[in-house]
Design a protein around this ligand. Structure first.
Ligand code: SF4
Ligand code: SF4
Length: 90
């Protein structure tokens, strides 16, 4: 990959959700539940996916929260997200 292509890839990730899990480890969405032991939503999988994603899509109110497909809600100063982007660029 050339430097120019690599820069374009980074730019395309600037506001997209890259499934770093950060926001689900800060507070649960309207359909989530907090796991105090793990300090994250109990539905967050070990590989940072939402384990009830398909179920949420069938629930009323999912258009408002969580913001699936709407981009990243915590893109600034998010080292967890930056790390995931670096991994995806390899
Ligand atoms: S912090 Fe952003 S990139 Fe990470 S899971 Fe949440 S919305 Fe996606
Ligand atoms: S239910 Fe899914 S999207 Fe909502 S906080 Fe939990 S893991 Fe994240």
């Amino acid at each position: 990959m050339t430097i120019k292509q690599n820069k374009n890839l980074k730019k395309s990730f600037r506001a997209d959700c890259v499934q770093c899990g950060y926001c689900c480890q800060k507070r649960p969405c309207a359909f989530g539940e907090w796991d105090a032991e793990k300090n994250q939503c109990k539905f967050l999988t070990d590989d940072m996916k939402c384990s009830i994603y398909d179920w949420i899509l069938k629930q009323p109110g999912n258009e408002i929260n969580p913001a699936f497909g709407a981009g990243c809600c915590s893109a600034l100063f998010n080292e967890q997200r930056e790390k995931k982007i670096r991994e995806l660029n390899v």
